[in-house]
Design a protein around this ligand. Structure first.
Ligand SMILES: Cc1cc2nc3c(=O)[nH]c(=O)nc-3n(C[C@H](O)[C@H](O)[C@H](O)COP(=O)(O)OP(=O)(O)OC[C@H]3O[C@@H](n4cnc5c(N)ncnc54)[C@H](O)[C@@H]3O)c2cc1C
Length: 548
């Protein structure tokens, strides 16, 4: 156990029972796969924890890496016997939303990395069936090696897993129906809190031939219950995959004015929802390149109107310096002719509707790409090529104060230009009221992963050394959750320290959603062993004043 401190115990379990549970678990998975030393358990800490080195930091007491479904069933039975809280992860790379750490200090991590079978990839009917430990890198390599004609929609970091990412409602970068990773899943196998194995939808039909193709089977659709929750340990999932296109083009749209965003978004929505384009990446060229400082003149206008931004001066600066206010990268897939026709149509739509709009093609390739083309691709993720490039970019932006990591604040707002501009204003005002430099500017852009909504995200920096800074960050985060909720914007995802705050604003009709899920929790996990508190769902025995 820990050299520095006494053994960390799971909540509500005494040392004697804990040691007995460990020895029973070791008999099932082998001692090699039960991690108890500080050195090993440190790897399960949340590398971006806003409670780093504080008593509230959720360091696990133990981690277990089972290889088979039957082993998980046995672990669950032991957990029930000793009321041991267990927390499943797939690849455990949930950085910014909790990494591989559990919700509470002492919860036991069930690390499913060894369950890494690619059960099937079908490139005629375009799906795959995977175990939780299969990473995006694994799946990509498998498809490339076997020359399969499908691509998986992936998130930015390629070391995560389709199962883990989708269970936390992760997003990617191709067409909407694929980049909604939970939406693109089809079929699930789950170990329930009583140790039974359940298959959902078509999987409930023994010998079914469409596990990963038809989502619903017959009866109520249960899969959603197992995402962002604590009702089961998912051991298999099917996913719809995208056929590899024959041709790929990346066009760049620029517009000169801030308010151009309003017609721009409407056209972009039309193009996206008609599947003419893939994922549109919104940016403002007024932002400095990653890691570079902002132009001092422009920066001065962020506070020159009574401490708030002077939008007219910012707009004037952009025009004088010939800097477009917005820039959108637009990937288009198809065959050479269809892509060319779509690019012409896109040009026509924007240039007719917005004065000064320009559309330029910057990448144009037949597939398969050569190694050189793949390496130089501007957005590898738009063609499902997993990588980790985001890490040298996104932790070095100007906004990332201490560079030890960040916690994402991720509210969903309507996919509407006016609403985005309003959202900028509200956030700027909130930072102003809090007496802080605003992390949002009048040229902060929306994130566009969501299919049919924007996410207007802030990455709050955390520190490994400055506890006061972390405390302040936690306060600002929870304030932002409330401010967003007041305007009808709710987070789509949150790290464990903020899951109660976030789920707490989804409180329509006297918290009926929470009351309903907690009633389910008490029924199907009466001992409250599975991931207590995950998604704001607490079992009765730990609910206390968190009761809705
Ligand atoms: C710089 C940066 C960029 C990022 N970009 C993206 C992005 O583009 N898109 C995106 O979606 N995310 C992004 N993330 C967030 C995160 O890194 C990814 O979502 C990552 O894929 C999640 O980790 P994972 O796949 O290993 O899932 P895990 O960490 O394994 O799982 C996530 C959570 O799901 C639950 N869970 C996992 N497995 C199971 C199971 N088998 N049964 C029951 N519950 C389970 C657990 O509560 C777990 O904590 C980014 C993070 C950073 C730091």
């Amino acid at each position: 156990m820990s050299k520095k401190e006494e053994i960390i115990l799971p909540n509500g379990v005494n040392k004697e029972d804990f040691l007995k549970a460990i020895s029973e678990i070791e008999k099932i998975v082998g001692t090699k796969w039960v991690f108890k030393t500080k050195e090993d358990l440190d790897l399960y800490r949340d590398a971006y924890s806003p409670y780093w080195d504080e008593l509230e930091e959720p360091i696990p007491s133990l981690a277990i890496a089972p290889k088979k479904v039957e082993e998980i069933q046995e672990i669950v039975r032991i957990a029930n016997k000793y009321t041991l809280p267990i927390f499943p992860i797939s690849t455990g790379k949930n950085l910014g939303y909790g990494s591989s750490a559990p919700n509470n200090r002492g919860d036991v991590v069930i690390d499913l990395k060894r369950m890494n079978k690619i059960i099937e990839v079908n490139d005629k009917r375009n799906y795959c069936i995977l175990e939780p430990g299969v990473s995006y890198f694994d799946l990509y390599e498998y498809c490339e090696k076997n020359n399969l004609n499908v691509i998986m929609d992936i998130p930015d970091p390629g070391w995560g897993s389709p199962v883990g990412n989708s269970l936390d409602h992760g997003w990617g970068y191709t067409y909407g129906q694929y980049r909604d990773h939970f939406g693109a899943h089809c079929g699930m196998e789950v170990v329930l809190a009583n140790g039974e194995v359940m298959r959902t939808a078509m999987g409930a039909l023994p010998g079914s031939k469409t596990f990963a193709e038809n989502k619903y089977g017959y009866g109520p659709y249960l899969d959603g219950l197992f995402s962002q929750s604590n009702f089961g340990i998912v051991t298999k999932m099917g996913f719809w995959m995208m056929p590899k296109p024959e041709h790929y083009t990346l066009a760049v749209l620029t517009v000169p004015k801030r308010d151009d965003l309003i017609p721009l978004v409407e056209i972009m929505n039309y193009l996206e929802d008609s599947s003419i384009i893939g994922w549109p990446l919104y940016r403002s060229p007024l932002n400095p390149e990653y890691g570079k400082p902002m132009n001092p003149e422009l920066k001065s206008y962020l506070t020159s109107k009574n401490g708030k931004p002077d939008i007219d001066k910012i707009q004037d600066y952009a025009i004088r310096n010939d800097i477009p206010y917005w820039q959108i990268d637009i990937p288009v897939y198809g065959n050479k002719d269809s892509v060319e026709a779509n690019i012409n149509y896109i040009k026509q739509r924007f240039t007719k509707a917005i004065d000064g709009a320009k559309v330029k093609v910057i990448e144009d390739y037949d597939l398969p790409l050569t190694k050189k083309q793949a390496k130089s691709l501007k957005h590898k993720v738009t063609l499902g090529i997993p990588n980790l490039e985001i890490f040298w970019l996104s932790t070095r932006g100007e906004n990332f104060g201490p560079k030890d990591g960040h916690v994402w604040f991720s509210p969903i707002i309507p996919r509407d230009g006016k609403e985005l501009l309003k959202c900028q204003e509200i956030y700027i005002d909130t930072f102003h009221e809090l007496g802080m430099e605003s992390m949002i500017t009048p040229f902060s852009h929306p994130r566009t992963w969501m299919y049919r909504a924007f996410c207007f995200m802030i990455g709050f920096a955390n520190s490994r050394t400055d506890k006061e800074k972390n405390e302040q960050m936690r306060k600002v985060y929870t304030t932002m959750v409330k401010v967003a909720a007041k305007h009808g914007w709710g987070d789509y995802r949150a790290a464990p320290p903020f899951q109660d705050a976030v789920s707490g604003v989804y409180n329509f009709n006297n918290n009926i959603l929470k009351r309903f899920t907690q009633e389910l929790k008490d029924t199907i996990d009466p001992n409250g062993i599975l991931a207590p508190g995950r998604g704001g769902i607490w079992p009765k025995r730990l609910r206390g004043d968190k009761n809705a």
